[in-house]
Design a protein around this ligand. Sequence first.
Ligand code: FAD
Length: 309
Amino acid sequence: PFDVLVVGGGPAGAAAAIYAARKGIRTGVAAERFGGQVLDTMAIENFISVPYTEGPKLAASLEQHVHEYDVDVMNLQRAEQLIPPTDPNGLIEVKLANGASLKSKTVILSTGARWRNMNVPGEQEFRNKGVTYCPHCDGPLFKGKRVAVIGGGNSGVEAAIDLAGIVGHVTLLEFDSKLRADEVLQRKLRSLPNVKVIVSAQTTEVVGDDKVTGLTYTDRTSGESHRVDLEGIFVQIGLLPNTEWLKGTLKLSPRGEIEVDARGETSIPGVFAAGDVTTVPFKQIVIAMGEGAKASLSAFDHLIRMPVA
Ligand code: FAD
């Protein structure tokens, strides 16, 4: 069995694996796609001390750094079930889609999250060419330009407020007849001169040439179609944690994120979690790495307190 088994190979999982392996303990990583969301990213300009890098390059560095150590990397392996130990100091089991079963004294869950898509024509085609999901990452790329934010929940309205300070103009489109964000955020939004809010708007298409040049939407009350000319579209209609396989096993928040304490421990002793899959706010690479390191040190702390067999 492993001492530490990491499930997920994004920034959080890679950091957790390196921190564990450096303690000289038996460490494994099972990942569906090593590199995680970073593989889908182009420019990265907020990974501190690295002014500019690109997703595939950072993903390759993550993998290379993990391979510096004696870590059993099981790539292209999807975990399907977590089975807590029957007695407090027993082994935790992780079942893989290929039928294999892995056992470990501690487990670190770092299966990340995925952005909910609009599923309209042009969205995939113009991904990283004007369509983006991360205001903290890509806001500065649209300095002085016109952008839309899709979604009037808290994250959409927060994004619009944030972007209004950087870009030239923000159009916020909400499907419902009213915004769903907290009133204090809505009030702040309405006070900004360069933001326009359109409700009852169903986005129908992302248009562009080699980059985004606009979007079309249908006014759901009149049924009329309209076009907005702009350079960027920030989609803020939800971030879905990859926890479907954990439902009923450990404590999840109403949004499906794994609840962790300040040490990264979940509701199951010996099972830790880190990165975008958890309730820890702000989904960023540098944060996921820090959380991964922290969960790993907590797992080590747990191990040294386990009774000698
Ligand atoms: P992830 O990166 O999501 O990794 C999850 C890992 O778990 C993957 O290996 C996945 O295959 C695996 N996995 C999932 N389910 C299972 C399963 N059941 N069994 C086994 N393995 C599983 N952040 C920034 O800081 N700066 C940026 O510029 C930036 N740009 C971004 C651009 C895009 C397009 C996107 C999508 C995200 C961007 N982010 C950026 C956010 C950043 O990528 C994430 O915060 C970060 O990758 C989270 O790391 P993680 O390890 O928690 O999860």
